[in-house]
Ligand binder design. Sequence first.
Ligand SMILES: NC(=O)c1ccc[n+]([C@@H]2O[C@H](COP(=O)([O-])OP(=O)(O)OC[C@H]3O[C@@H](n4cnc5c(N)ncnc54)[C@H](OP(=O)(O)O)[C@@H]3O)[C@@H](O)[C@H]2O)c1
Length: 310
Amino acid sequence: MKAIRFYEYGGPEVLKYEDVPKPEPGPGDVLVRVHAAGINPVDWKIRAGLAKGLIPVSFPAILGWDVSGVVEVNGPGASRFHPGDEVYSRPDLGRPGAYAEYIAVRESELALKPKTLDHVHAAAVPLTALTAWQALFDHGGLTAGHTILIHAAAGGVGSFAVQMAHWKGARVVGTASARNHDYLKELGCDEVIDYTTTRFEDVVHDVDMVLDTMSGETRARSWGELKKGGILVTILGPGPAPEEAASHGVRATLFLVGSNPQQLAEIGGLIDAGIIKVHLDAVLPLAEAARAHELSATEHARGKIVLKVV
Ligand SMILES: NC(=O)c1ccc[n+]([C@@H]2O[C@H](COP(=O)([O-])OP(=O)(O)OC[C@H]3O[C@@H](n4cnc5c(N)ncnc54)[C@H](OP(=O)(O)O)[C@@H]3O)[C@@H](O)[C@H]2O)c1
């Protein structure tokens, strides 16, 4: 099969489009014919060697942890799905990824693809939508009547987080450059702050939750905008020291998105009901994975970048 592999850490040029053996589905696995693979910042961070401590890589490695495709065959003991089923997943980051014509995925990590989405749009969903869902509801306890400040609201995670928080009945404040303000209002932001001209801490106060997608200075400036007892949920390590949160009278947590097919099915239901929309910034053929990495690494994508495989 064709796949994108890399043999050493480096720039986008280390990604090679080549013929590689088709994976064999092991016990509990499903072999999926990949139709599309989503791009995430973690992909280029791993490629560049920036995530060595967190995610192990054995070379030659295949990236890609967002997949939408069709079940080809079940491995031994796998029975939840049938050949021909249209599925999507955030597969295990420790196994070969989805920049390939086929991927072996644990059946416990798969859900049926939302019916109203084609594969290219479906591949844009799993990792970032699960991150948003888990940040807001599992870790942040966001509920109706809360106010949430979402940094990088127009990005992959932010675009889903805005829509989910709005659906839940929260007041949503997002940060983005001016070109994304209309986009974010359409998604459900009540207020958008142009971080290039305005310090968010001058205009937003007493929020129940901050979704920190930026870390660094943005995180440091966010503490004071939380209500006492509020929570900062960050998706970028290293996480804040507990005493840092405590000194502001708030809570903080860092997490890595987990694969969760029940949540994927629930998110798929909201997509099929027209409540959550999927926005694509760019769609490129599998062979142009290096270009897709360059686009993602600008850190200014609106929504998602996807590789079309079939
Ligand atoms: N822990 C986890 O499990 C987990 C899961 C997913 C992602 N992550 C991490 O979370 C981060 C965000 O992921 P993502 O997929 O959403 O990234 P992304 O799609 O690349 O984010 C791009 C967005 O960031 C915005 N942005 C850039 N600089 C900004 C600033 N200073 N203030 C506000 N917005 C800014 C851009 O908006 P403008 O163009 O308007 O500037 C753009 O829309 C990444 O570092 C990723 O690795 C972690």
